[in-house]
Design a protein around this ligand. Structure first.
Ligand SMILES: [Zn+2]
Length: 229
């Protein structure tokens, strides 16, 4: 957990870089420098190395700048399978499919819930409120709940990352480390939710180790290869 000044500095640092990342990615999209990292076509199994760039599409990303929910315009590349014509979107590491908020924001709020035994949705939002400009509306706890549901469902990514870690480092304690993770019973009523919360903790744990071993995040390449499943 981060507290006080450190948290503010860390957050400011992360959020100023996310804006840079979105802008830099958009520049690379405009310059035609984005390579297709997609898995084979889900309809006809054609390899993605033959996919053609279909369009650059503008997208609005939501991030927090000093606790204000801020919209930033970015660009994503859409690719077309030359055989069947199906269109696919390529995602950079700072965004998940169908999510408006950037991944660092999603991960930060989600980890505050899953990685701290005492935290509740209410006290997370009391400590880190987030509001819209010129509006009374605030980030709602149901949004964090949904983020956790999404992260906790990335089970294929977790399995694949675990396989890769064990191939690279057979002596790794990753299996034991993941098995040792638990969720306090006050955080869930149904077993299904406990599994989701555990999935999020596994994802955070494995993302850290994967980064140490492969010097890269599981987002976007491994996640894309697993179709964000
Ligand atoms: Zn196809």
């Amino acid at each position: 957990m981060y507290t006080g000044t450190t948290a503010k500095i860390k957050r400011f640092y992360e959020l100023s870089t996310i804006t840079d990342q979105i802008n830099e990615y958009a520049q690379r999209v405009r310059a035609g420098q984005i390579e297709c990292n997609l898995p084979p076509c889900s309809r006809c199994k054609q390899g993605s190395d033959s996919f053609k760039r279909h369009e650059a599409r503008q997208r609005i990303f939501y991030t927090l700048i000093e606790q204000i929910i801020t919209k930033i315009f970015g660009l994503l590349v859409r690719w077309r399978c030359p055989i069947c014509g199906k269109i696919f979107t390529g995602y950079p590491g700072f965004i998940l499919p169908y999510k408006r908020y950037v991944l660092p924001t999603i991960m930060e709020y989600s980890s505050q819930y899953t990685e701290n035994e005492q935290s509740t949705y209410r006290n997370i939002l009391q400590k880190n409120p987030a509001g819209y400009q010129k509006s009374e509306q605030q980030l709602d706890h149901s949004t964090i709940h949904r983020w956790i549901t999404s992260l906790g469902s990335l089970t294929q990514i977790i399995r694949k990352a675990q396989d890769l870690i064990l191939q690279a480092k057979p002596e790794s304690t990753i299996c034991r480390d993941l098995a040792a993770l638990s969720i306090p019973s006050k955080k869930y009523r149904k077993k299904q939710r406990a599994r989701v919360l555990l999935g999020v903790r596994q994802l955070f744990s494995i993302e850290g180790l994967y980064g140490l071993i492969f010097k890269a995040s599981i987002f976007p390449n491994l996640a894309t290869a697993c179709s964000f499943g």
